[in-house]
Structures are given as C-alpha cells and as structure tokens.
Design a protein around this ligand. Structure first.
Ligand SMILES: C[S@@+](CC[C@H](N)C(=O)[O-])C[C@H]1O[C@@H](n2cnc3c(N)ncnc32)[C@H](O)[C@@H]1O
Ligand SMILES: [Zn+2]
Length: 295
C-alpha cells in the first residue's frame, strides 16, 4: 500500500475543508495554519484549550520515547498491526484507507503500523495517516518520524477531520471521545481501543502504592450510547524480564503514576535495581451498529 497525503483535515475555526499550500493549510474563509519547521500543523485554537500547554509535558514525551524505543511494548504494536491489516485487506478500495491515531503521543504505534501497511502488496489501495495529539511537545517529537504521516496538534473533543472520513481510528492508552469518534468513522470504519487490563504493570503498582486495585479495562457504556458496538476483544499478556532502573524510571515518568504515588512509593521504586514486569493490555474493536439495530 502506498502512503499518500491526507485530504480530510478541517478548519478548527469554521469546519470548512483545509487545502494544503506550500507552507500552510488554508480554508475557503482564509483561516491559515502554518506548517511548522518539523512538518506538523497546529489545529488547536485557544478556545479549545483548557490550559496553556495541554496534554503530556516534554519530560513525559521524552520518557515515553526512550522507553518505547527499547522495544518493551513492541508486541503491542505487532498485535495492533495484525488487527489493522485484517481490516485494511477487506475494505472496498474506492479511496485511500484513512487511519487516525487519536492521542498518538510521540507517534510510536502509528509509525509502526503505517510502515507495516506500506509494505503490504496491495497496489490497488493507498493509505493515509493522521496522528493527532493535544500536546505540542508530543507532536513535535512525532513529526521526526516522517512527513508521510500528517502530525496534528488538536483535540479528540473537536477533532479537525471530516465526518465519515476515517476507516481506522486508534486510541491507545488515551482519552476517547466516543461521540466524535462515532461521527468520524466511515461506513465500514472501526476503532481499535487499547487499554490497561487488571494486571498491567502490577509489580510496579504494588511497589509504589500501599493498596492496588485490579480494575478491568474501562467500560464501553459511552461508546454503546453513541451507537458503537463491540466487535472483537482480546488480551495480550507477557512479562518483561529484568527491566533496568533507568527504564523503570522512564516508565514511571510517562504515566500518571509519578504524580499519584506517595514520596515513600517513589522512593521504593527508585530503590529497585531491576524488576520483572507484567504487561496486560486489552484490545477492543468497536464499529457502528448496523442501522436496523439502533433504537
Ligand atoms: C498515555 S498517553 C498515550 C500516548 C500514545 N497513544 C501511546 O500509547 O504511546 C495519552 C496521550 O493523550 C494525549 N491527550 C490527552 N488529552 C487529549 C485530547 N483531549 N485529545 C487528544 N490527545 C489528548 C496526551 O497528550 C498524551 O500524549
Ligand atoms: Zn476556516
């Protein structure tokens, strides 16, 4: 599959389609959005921001990049790709297969997936990709992964993409907005959600918290209210053996655990020289209910 540029971005101010010029994206009402030196575009207007620098901080982004580059979560990227390839192969091929990673962080999973789709021997179907995140630091880091993916600063709550334009929507460890996700999906569109299962990073959580809740993956009640239904669910579970202290620190720094843990908890984690760590993640695919199943 050839990777082609996206054509479905919308102006975040007036919702008109955006056209790409050399150094900016522009709508018919002359709202202009500069393309940053690194190649990304900022489509997050100030009225959609709840704070000055929303989303993950530069330190979190760096920690996540360092951690992911070690390959500890590669099995997650592989499983995601296997599920996505299944989908990409069965679709009718009228337009490019459009992928959106909503809350893409520094872009590890989207890049992995697009490189894999790029090698599929399907000459008759192209693929286009948008990585969206509310954190400018995350998108600036993601943009280094390549310009064939369109990296966008924006929010899942007002996603700047045309309704019905997304064939595969990814949301990994993120903040889904199912009302918007539902309206973005094309007729055959699907959303792959990846969330922590009850035992995810359990050894680390038991080290930093006095009591640990083994909570299931988040409920899909809101997705169902929006007319989405679960089509597939599976768990991926494995152990990362003998993780070193520097990587334990990166892992803590890229999650909310660093802020939530007590001083003693953080000290206990800092004292660990090495540890075995359970990865327990749940993959769920949701898609629109067939029309006759809506109430
Ligand atoms: C736990 S990180 C996961 C990042 C990436 N999906 C991964 O697994 O590596 C959550 C991401 O969601 C982003 N985020 C938070 N609120 C968001 C929103 N409303 N819209 C888009 N992204 C958001 C954060 O900036 C952060 O990059
Ligand atoms: Zn506009």
């Amino acid at each position: 599959m050839q990777v082609v540029p996206t054509t479905t971005l919308l102006c975040p101010l007036c919702s008109a389609p955006l056209q790409r010029a050399q150094r900016q994206w522009q709508c018919s009402s002359n709202h202009c959005f500069d393309i940053a030196r690194q190649g990304y575009v900022n489509l997050l207007p100030v009225q959609h921001k709840k704070s000055r620098e929303p989303g993950d901080s530069k330190a979190m982004v760096l920690a996540r990049r360092n951690f992911l580059e070690q390959g500890f979560y590669r099995p997650i990227a592989e499983k995601l790709t296997a599920l996505a390839v299944e989908k990409a192969s069965v679709e009718p091929a009228a337009s490019p297969f459009a992928v959106l990673d909503a809350g893409c962080g520094e872009g590890y999973y989207l890049e992995y997936l697009i490189r894999a789709l790029g090698t599929l021997p399907q000459a008759d179907r192209a693929v286009s990709a948008v990585g969206l995140d509310i954190s400018k630091d995350a998108i600036a880091a993601a943009a280094r992964r390549g310009r064939d993916i369109q990296w966008v600063v924006g929010t899942n709550v007002h996603p700047p993409l045309a309704p019905g334009s997304v064939d595969l929507l990814l949301c990994l460890f993120g903040f889904p907005s199912f009302r918007h996700f539902r309206s973005l999906l094309s007729e055959y569109g699907r959303c792959i959600l990846v969330d922590p299962g009850p035992d995810h990073l359990i050894e680390l959580r038991e080290t930093i918290y006095p009591e640990v809740r083994r909570s299931p993956a988040p409920s899909l009640a809101e997705a169902e209210e929006q007319g989405l239904q679960l089509q597939h669910a599976e768990t991926l579970r494995y152990t990362i053996g003998d993780m070193e202290q520097a990587q334990i620190h990166n892992l803590l720094s890229m999650t909310p655990h660093l802020y939530k843990a007590s001083t003693e908890g953080k000290q206990s984690a800092a004292n660990l020289a090495r540890m075995d760590l359970t990865v327990d993640v749940v993959f769920r695919i949701v898609g629109a209910k067939p029309a006759n199943e809506h109430q």
